[in-house]
Design a protein around this ligand. Structure first.
Ligand SMILES: Cc1cc2nc3c(=O)[nH]c(=O)nc-3n(C[C@H](O)[C@H](O)[C@H](O)COP(=O)(O)O)c2cc1C
Length: 353
């Protein structure tokens, strides 16, 4: 049977992966309420299509941080792609390059940054940082990413500690035994240490530390995991260039708002002074359209990328992205939007359900 939507990839990936790996990818914190609400919240929003607008040509291209992408659908940072496919992040990078979108590479990538860049030299990539307690290690990682051509630094702010993921505890998941996190060690150590400890994420980082990051890199800084107007206003004040509204796919603090429900508050607070993006629960072209209508410049997709990888490697990721792009084009055509710039809040309504 052909795989025609992201749900098809989800079902097929589940068949391919071990229970422990499936649980790690699919899993969420505590009761998984926010993970499920990320999806349900999109379904509470209704569309208001406009007709008779000559939609014979529809253009999904847009820009993020001034860089062109073929559609406002990019890849969220996720660690450990080698769990889903042997080539891991190298396959993901090739698929992103072929599709013309941005791939945010995680600190916890299972391939080195150099191997990822070599696999897809002309792809647009941003680097996601989990701030490490060792300042010098942060500096080395950021400057290495910058010299390798990564175009933005995404600092994840919602992991001062790892959320309570019951399934991983039950499964006794031990990622550090399975994978080499090569980027977190010096080149010498990278070759000599067979398995290394996953380093802790620094819980002491605060707003005033951002100026240090700004002093060591030219890259625009994007904060990932902001959910409130208070933090959005602080991001503007600290000269951050973008925000990803995200609850980490429901993997951190359970019972926070669905990403799409938090979006409007953040968009309103920043008053157009920086770009706002969203991740969490994007599964169809309609979801992308709704996020853009509510003010996101672009969306990032998480788990479905790993489903694509698990099913067919690089080609699976490409198929997942192309399905979403095609669905977005259809959604735009059926709502009367010829370009991404024409997607606005008049396209959505929130009925009392
Ligand atoms: C398996 C997995 C690993 C992840 N690893 C990271 C990571 O290394 N860094 C990060 O900032 N977010 C990470 N995330 C969160 C994603 O970037 C993103 O916020 C989330 O998956 C979006 O929700 P979605 O899966 O519903 O699309 C991870 C998510 C998953 C599912």
């Amino acid at each position: 049977m052909p795989l025609v939507c992201l749900a098809d990839f989800q079902a097929r990936a589940r068949e391919h992966l071990s229970k422990t790996t499936w649980d790690f990818i699919d899993g969420a914190a505590d009761d998984g309420f926010t993970r499920d609400d990320n999806i349900a919240a999109f379904k509470r929003i209704r569309l208001r299509p406009r007709f008779l607008k000559d939609v014979s040509e529809v253009d999904t291209r847009t820009t993020i941080q001034g860089m062109q992408i073929s559609a406002p659908i990019c890849i969220a940072p996720m660690g450990f792609h080698c769990l889903a496919w042997p080539d891991g992040e190298m396959s993901t990078a090739r698929a992103a390059q072929a599709t013309g979108i941005c791939y945010i590479t995680s600190t916890y990538a299972s391939c080195t940054l150099e191997d990822i860049v070599t696999a897809a030299p002309s792809g647009l990539r941003w680097f996601q940082l989990y701030v490490q307690p060792d300042r010098q290690l942060n500096k080395q990682l950021i400057q290495r990413a910058e010299s390798l051509g990564f175009k933005a630094l995404v600092i994840t702010v919602d992991v001062p500690t790892v959320g309570n993921r019951r399934h991983d505890i039950r499964n006794k998941l031990n990622l550090k035994m399975n994978l080499l996190l090569k980027d977190l060690r010096s080149p010498k150590e990278r070759d000599s240490i067979p398995h290394l400890q996953m380093t802790a994420i620094d819980p002491s980082i605060c707003w005033n530390d951002l100026s240090w990051f700004q002093s060591i890199t030219q890259l625009p800084i994007i904060l990932k995991g902001i959910l409130t107007k208070e933090d959005a206003e602080l991001a503007v004040k600290h000269n951050v260039r973008g925000i990803i509204v995200s609850n980490h796919g429901g993997r951190q603090l359970d019972e926070v708002a669905a990403s799409i429900d938090a979006l409007t508050e953040v968009v309103t607070a920043v008053q157009g002074k920086l770009e706002v993006y969203l991740d969490g629960g994007i599964r169809t072209g309609n979801d992308v359209l709704k996020a853009l209508a509510l003010g996101a410049k672009c969306v990032f997709v998480g788990r479905p990328i790993l489903w694509g990888l698990a099913c067919k490697g690089e080609h699976g990721v490409q198929e997942v992205l192309n399905i979403l792009k095609k669905e977005l084009r259809t959604s735009m055509t059926l709502t009367g939007c010829r370009s991404v710039a024409e997607i606005n809040q008049d396209l959505v309504q929130f009925p009392r359900l």
